[in-house]
Design a binder for this molecule. Structure first.
Ligand code: NAD
Length: 306
């Protein structure tokens, strides 16, 4: 029997489906790293999310480890190269949460452009601030999409329906697909200079780390908005604070430090032009369900070869 250790919150569906197929399932959401290092040698499959680093120490401690299964997409907390070198399969669920992240991204654009968060806060405080924060329409605005993969390309499709002009920057040549949506692929600088909203959909890599920094922010239009539902490290929070006066607003679903503890992130969160959601891109009933299906499929595929 294959023993599975699950160290983060996952849907019941995955637990049930694994048990039904004869896996021994040990469900320990929130397990601390020190405890993980102590017990991991009993398991052949580890299921986790982005909370803990699955680094060399964890991989070495897992003497029986055969499969690392990320419940979600991002593998930036995993030493994938080292795992593969040791013959351990690394699987994830890259497609399952796509629609949920896209819908959150579009939602955040509207919330920021219409100042919905300010209105909600004041109405809750007993005020009726009609006309105080005049909003903007998405229609006719330039949307700069950085990263035209699973999520970015779908954001583009939805944005087209809203009547936005689409600018895309990607390291791959995606110009044909972008043109089909009436958009244009441009270089990064041009996208920053022309966009009313810049939305980030790149993976975290050495090239995308602090991809939005002082220089990039200085290129952006006055009143432009930044949406980041990708990875916190893509935006330099310190630089962002320095440019907030000029920007129209910022919406972040991800932060460099999650949960945010350091003063710099607290300052960012408290700023009236910034809204932050606690990494909820994939947190929908449908996405959780799809992650369970996709991950189960990929785990079964990986164990088939053991
Ligand atoms: P993807 O791999 O399908 O697409 C990424 C795109 O970025 C690709 O087209 C790639 O060519 C491009 N790219 C890579 N490096 C680049 C660079 N330096 N400059 C420009 N373009 C570059 O990824 P995806 O599934 O669309 O996910 C996008 C992001 O969303 C990832 O960071 C992922 O971790 C994140 N995500 C967040 C949540 C959430 O809960 N907020 C959920 C799922 C995914």
């Amino acid at each position: 029997m294959q023993n599975v250790l699950i160290i983060d919150r996952v849907s019941e569906k995955l637990l049930n489906e694994l048990s039904r197929r004869g896996f021994g399932v040990d469900y320990r959401p929130g397990l601390e790293r020190s405890d993980l290092l102590e017990i991991i040698n009993k398991y052949s499959i580890l299921v986790f999310r982005g909370r803990l680093r699955i680094d060399k120490d964890v991989i070495d401690a897992g003497e029986r480890l055969r499969v690392l299964a990320r419940y979600g997409i991002g593998l930036d907390n995993v030493d994938v190269e080292y795992a593969i070198k040791k013959g351990i399969s690394v699987v994830n669920a890259p497609n399952a949460s796509c629609i949920s992240v896209v819908e959150l991204t579009i939602g955040l654009m509207i919330v920021v452009f219409r100042n919905i968060y300010n209105y909600i806060n004041l109405v809750k405080l007993g005020e009726w601030p009609k006309g105080i924060f005049i909003g903007r329409e998405l229609y006719g605005k330039n949307l700069g999409i950085v990263g035209f993969g699973r999520i970015g390309s779908r954001v583009a499709r939805y944005a087209k329906i809203f009547g936005m002009n689409i600018l895309v920057h990607d390291v791959r040549d995606v110009s044909k697909d972008v043109r089909e949506l009436g958009g244009v692929q441009v270089n990064f600088e041009e996208l920053l200079k022309e966009s009313d909203i810049v939305t980030l959909h790149v993976p975290l890599t050495p090239l995308t780390y602090h991809m939005i920094d002082d220089y990039e922010l200085s290129l952006m239009k006055d009143g432009a908005v930044i949406i980041n539902t990708s990875r916190g490290e893509v935006v330099n929070a310190r630089a962002l604070i320095r440019h907030l006066d000029r920007l129209g607003g910022v919406a972040l679903d991800v932060m460099e430090q999650e949960p945010p503890r350091d003063e710099i992130y607290r300052r960012l969160i408290a700023h009236p032009k910034v809204i932050v959601t606690p990494h909820i891109g994939a947190e929908t009933v449908e996405s959780m369900d799809r992650i369970a299906d996709e991950l189960l499929h990929n785990i079964l595929d990986a164990v088939k070869w053991l």
